[in-house]
Ligand binder design. Structure first.
Ligand SMILES: Nc1nc2c(ncn2[C@@H]2O[C@H](COP(=O)(O)OP(=O)(O)OP(=O)(O)O)[C@@H](O)[C@H]2O)c(=O)[nH]1
Ligand SMILES: [Mg+2]
Length: 180
């Protein structure tokens, strides 16, 4: 199965432009935020000099280079974990990929809105990393809650099983009378 690479970044950073350049696809590119909502997937073959060298040695009938699936994902904004922008709905797409490439805006153009008036790629990276970390935290907290509930239920079952064993003392009660 091909490795999947997700393009992640703030809106209008140029993700779809890069996606089109990599895959020669025609994903919509527009000067307004959240142009991409549903992810675009494109497949590119990966050039590998080692494969060429091997092919020159053994002359196979067919050469099949490995492929990379590039996924153009919807833009994410600060406080997405609180529902800002498109909220957290893009996270499922990010979770499904094997690797992410963070795309940050490095071009000036007053006609293409950016989240801040300044061009600050480092701040943009920090914003993206924080949103991803907060999303991870949410996942961990949800899992913790599930484990806590399951553990409580398990304790309840164990308690009931112990109480029903012959000779067991009911909580706070007397041991059952022996048979005459
Ligand atoms: N000058 C300049 N413009 C660019 C560059 N990359 C993208 N653009 C323009 O920026 C606008 C937004 O580009 P997109 O590729 O749609 O950006 P995006 O990150 O996919 O945006 P969303 O899907 O809305 O999150 C388009 O008008 C592009 O033509 C660049 O490197 N330089
Ligand atoms: Mg896009």
């Amino acid at each position: 199965m091909a490795l999947q690479l997700g393009l992640v970044g703030l809106p209008n950073a140029g993700k779809s432009t890069l996606f089109n350049a990599l895959t020669r696809a025609r994903a919509a590119v527009a000067p307004y935020p959240f142009t991409t909502i549903e992810p675009h997937v494109g497949v590119v073959t990966v050039p590998d000099r080692r494969l060429d060298a091997l092919a020159n040695l053994i002359h196979p009938e067919k050469i099949t280079p490995t492929t990379l699936e590039v996924v153009d994902i919807a833009g994410l904004v600060q406080d997405a974990h609180k529902g800002e922008g498109l909220g957290n709905q893009f996270l499922g797409h990010i979770r499904n990929v094997d690797a992410i490439a963070v795309v940050v805006r490095c071009f000036h153009n007053p006609d293409i809105p950016h989240v801040s008036t300044e061009l600050e790629p480092r701040t943009d990276i920090a914003t993206l990393e924080l949103e991803l970390a907060l999303a991870d935290l949410e996942t961990v907290e949800k899992h913790q809650e599930k484990v806590r509930t399951a553990s409580k239920a398990q304790k309840g079952i164990r308690g009931r099983t112990a109480a029903s064993r012959p000779g067991a003392r009911a909580p706070g009660g007397r041991p059952p009378c022996p048979d005459p």
